[in-house]
Design a protein around this ligand. Structure first.
Ligand code: PLP
Length: 379
């Protein structure tokens, strides 16, 4: 019995992606930098992988830089923007609900003397472009805003933020962490108006260890890793062609069934929200997230870590927040300023194309049992 409802943490590698990696490792394993035919075959494949990921993003292949994960893309984009704009100011704007991959590098910049405006969400998790507009200054050099929040499923106003930056004529570069938005909400980097945008393979059914950073054409950023000159000299290191093959195959397969998969996730999310509220009476929904794959709920008075373990013992896997928090209270839910019993009881349920109604039914049953058997701090 295995009911996986934690697809915002990671997704199962899809067969097409696994097969593409095996082919790259067993048949097309040349070094793309080698000048002879076998190496050039690998180089040709890599070119195809880049084009496939670019097609999924809706950008040009030369705007896609492969790297190891979403975290690496976020760290690079932030460091590069600050370095590029170092003579133009020391003010950064970001949101209080970014992933640690954005929060931590910006906290480090704050420690180094940069001034950071942290935009706070309302109780529904909403951040508005007006908040950005009010915070923009002539010395703002970076705005970092995620597309979809990983714990709430809220969609942030990235396109409106880009317009506000342009209207204010400040030098800020706009970085978007789209790790949870890729193949979940429709966008193109150009449509959003961002300068850089990070995505990650393992959230879209590719293996862990591969991601990409979109860098807008014409924007010259300092390199992340210096060495042999791969990735246009910006991120050296022999390209992980098995990973890029798998990423490309996952994106291609995801694009092919995108409408159907999104409809499936939306339907499951509605079904879960409805049945959980009907059958687990004290359960409340959290936030105003509209992304199709993320549903945060709370069982007020129950400790989410205890409920998580109770469910886990029954083969039902959900999260008590971001998988990166390792038991610490989530800064995202804390930013909503919910009463403590609500805050303590939050669980994040997240779906994918391969989640079934039976998984939701098992969760509903598991939570009913948890309510009947576990103690609550409210009783
Ligand atoms: N950004 C967001 C919104 C995420 O949800 C995650 C992963 O949970 C990351 C960044 C980090 O991505 P990766 O695990 O590929 O480093």
């Amino acid at each position: 019995m295995f009911h996986y409802l934690d697809n915002a943490a990671t997704t199962q590698t899809r067969p097409e992606a696994a097969q593409a990696a095996v082919t790259a490792m067993t048949e097309e394993w040349g070094n793309p930098s080698s000048r002879y035919a076998f190496g050039q075959e690998a180089s040709g494949r890599l070119k195809e992988h880049r084009a496939q990921v670019a097609a999924g993003l809706g950008c040009r292949p030369e705007e896609v830089y492969f790297l190891s994960c979403g975290t690496e893309g976020d760290n690079w984009a932030i460091a590069a923007a600050v370095e590029k704009n170092r003579r133009k100011g020391k003010h950064i704007i970001t949101t209080a609900i970014e992933h640690a991959a954005v929060l931590e590098p910006i906290r480090e910049l704050e420690r180094q003397g940069y001034e950071v405006t942290w935009l706070q969400p309302d109780q529904q998790g909403i951040i508005t472009a007006e908040q950005v507009e009010a915070a923009l200054r002539p010395d703002t050099i970076l705005v970092a805003m995620m597309l979809v929040n990983n714990e709430l499923g809220t969609v942030l106003p990235v396109a409106e933020t880009a317009r506000a930056i342009r209207a204010a004529r400040c030098p800020a570069l706009l970085h978007c962490d789209a790790v949870q938005g890729f193949l979940k909400v429709p966008f193109t980097p150009e449509g959003l108006g961002v300068d850089t945008l990070a995505v990650s393979g393992h959230k879209v059914h590719a293996p862990k260890g591969i991601g990409a950073l979109y860098i807008r054409r014409g924007l010259r950023l300092p390199p992340l890793i210096r060495g042999g000159g791969q990735e246009e000299g910006l991120r050296s290191g022999t390209e992980p062609t098995a990973q890029t093959a798998a990423f490309a195959a996952a994106v291609e397969a995801g694009r092919a069934s995108l409408e159907r998969d999104l409809a499936h996730m939306r339907e499951l999310k509605d079904y879960a929200a409805r049945t959980l509220r009907e059958q687990v009476p004290e359960l409340e929904l959290i936030g105003a997230g509209t992304a199709p794959h993320i549903l945060p709920v709370t069982l007020p008075g129950y400790k989410s870590e205890v409920v998580l373990r109770f469910l886990s013992d029954r083969g039902i896997y959900v999260s008590s927040g971001s998988a990166c928090h390792k038991g610490k209270p989530s800064h995202v839910y804390a930013a909503l300023k919910l009463p403590k019993p609500q805050l303590d009881g939050i669980l994040r349920i997240s779906f994918s194309y391969d989640t079934a109604r039976e998984d939701v039914d098992a969760l509903v049953q598991g939570l009913k049992e948890a309510q009947a058997q576990l103690f609550t701090s409210l009783s």
